[in-house]
Ligand binder design. Structure first.
Ligand SMILES: Cc1ncc(COP(=O)(O)O)c(C=O)c1O
Length: 442
């Protein structure tokens, strides 16, 4: 197989305007080398988006890869329908030990599906108890994936407007983002958000199945870092109004914000929590929906009661993915990754102040190894430069400089692989600084 012969025309890329994409010399990645991706011509690109926010250790052989190879040589796949497999059983125990308050693990193979499972679990939990609860509450700017239920709870008009006819209407509450909110300080904003949340939960008394939100921060909807106490208070409100809390920790779990399990750091008590992305270091598609025994018990009964959870995928709990996750989580401990993340986060915080000098930088948001730099011109989001979308501009210009970066609309986001070294992190920040200076002049 020679990458020069690979015909790129047939690949339809996600979230990509293919007219632009195919008109430019796009790259075919053939190999990984540390934190770099290497294309067929030998060009190297620093993985500035952690291969869609999931990469931990970079690319190339390591203990996780060895564990996967070992698993492949013993058992490649066997179904979880009726049978367990060894890595799935071990991993479930490991996850339950980490995720305090959770007792059971349901596997899927991507984040969106783990959200679908969470929504179905919530609906059926009430159903099995003989109650009809059809409503869901979520936050504006939330993103939970691209399947139907996930799009409904993470509804973003620009992304999902065309699919509205098959989506469910969900009650969306304001997200606690200070910039552009009209509030002068965060406390007032949080108070207002919580007031609205309480009002909605009260209004939906006895009808709301679950409150769904990302844990710690919203990423795809614009890098919104929750103010201290916000998630805790939402969690308390859910208890008060007897509504299940579903936390989406798909992008923030396992260290992105500097905490291994974000909901514990946020002092919140979910009923259902979803993990994916960094779970396998990004080496295998795997996700997990965890819940506690109070929910699980409501699914037990005779077959004739029809209480079982009707969900399952062919590759649910894939042994190679579970083996990757076990080795990955062991490596976190062995290499003391959380400490390294904290140090790099401090460094990043310092470097981000260098963006303040640009007139087009309207807000800078950061926590752990997540940063968002919001660009505006004349008080409006800076979406286009010279008839070109800013995300396409940044994509092209960053690749020219040997880094793969991707914006979220007018927000420059930095989401490096979690174990990135200081020098590579420095390079990512330097390229963003250079591109911001260029954008300011255009
Ligand atoms: C918070 C959050 N939830 C869900 C998803 C969907 O996960 P997947 O792309 O694996 O379906 C994502 C993906 O970016 C995410 O960031």
């Amino acid at each position: 197989m020679n990458s020069k012969d690979a015909d790129k025309r047939y690949v339809w890329h996600p979230y990509t305007q293919m007219r632009d994409y195919s008109s430019w010399d796009n790259r075919v990645i053939v190999q990984g080398d540390g934190f770099y991706l290497v294309d067929g011509d030998g060009n190297r690109y620093l993985d500035g988006i952690a291969s869609m926010w999931c990469n931990v250790w970079g690319h190339g052989p390591n203990e996780v890869v060895v564990a996967m190879q070992d698993q492949l040589s013993r058992l490649q796949h066997s179904t979880l329908f009726g049978l367990a497999n060894e890595p799935a059983a071990f991993l479930a125990e490991k996850l339950v030990n980490m995720a305090k308050g959770m007792d059971r693990v349901f596997y899927t193979d991507n984040g969106s599906s783990s959200i679908e499972v969470a929504l179905k679990m919530a609906l059926q939990y009430w159903h099995n108890r003989g109650k009809i609860r059809k409503e869901f509450v979520s936050l504006e700017r939330g993103y939970h994936g691209d399947t139907l239920g996930a799009m409904s709870v993470g509804y973003i008009e620009q992304f999902f407007g065309a699919y509205k006819p098959i989506l469910k209407k969900v009650h969306q509450l304001p997200s606690p983002l200070l910039h552009g909110s009209g509030f002068d300080n965060q406390d007032e904003l949080v108070e207002s958000c919580l007031e609205k949340a309480e009002k909605t939960l009260k209004k939906l008394d006895g009808r709301c199945a679950a409150f769904v939100m990302e844990s710690g921060a919203q990423i795809a909807g614009g890098v919104v870092i929750y103010p201290d106490g916000f998630q805790h208070k939402i969690s308390e409100l859910c208890r008060k109004y007897d509504v299940l809390l579903i936390l989406d920790e798909i992008a923030t779990g396992f260290g992105r914000l500097g905490n291994m399990v974000e909901y514990l750091a946020q002092k919140s008590r979910p009923d259902i929590v979803c993990f994916s992305k960094a779970l396998t270091a990004g080496y295998f598609p795997l996700a997990a929906t965890l819940t506690h025994d109070r929910i699980y018990r409501e699914f037990l009964g005779n077959y004739s009661d029809n209480k079982q959870l009707y969900h399952g995928h062919t590759f649910t709990g894939h042994p190679v993915g579970c083996a990757a996750a076990i080795a990955n989580l062991q490596l976190y401990e062995k290499r003391n990754l959380m400490q390294q993340i904290k140090q790099n986060s401090q460094y990043l915080k310092k470097r981000l102040t260098e963006f303040e000098k640009f007139g087009i930088v309207a807000d800078i948001r950061h926590k752990g190894l997540l940063a968002g730099i919001e660009l505006e011109k004349d008080g409006k989001p800076l979406i286009n430069v010279k008839h070109e979308r800013i995300n396409y501009f940044v994509y092209k210009e960053s690749l020219k400089r040997g880094v793969h970066l991707r914006t979220l609309g007018n927000i420059l986001v930095l989401i490096p692989p979690l174990a990135v070294g200081k020098e590579d992190l420095e390079k990512m920040v330097d390229v963003y600084l250079e591109l911001t200076a260029k954008l300011q002049k255009l």
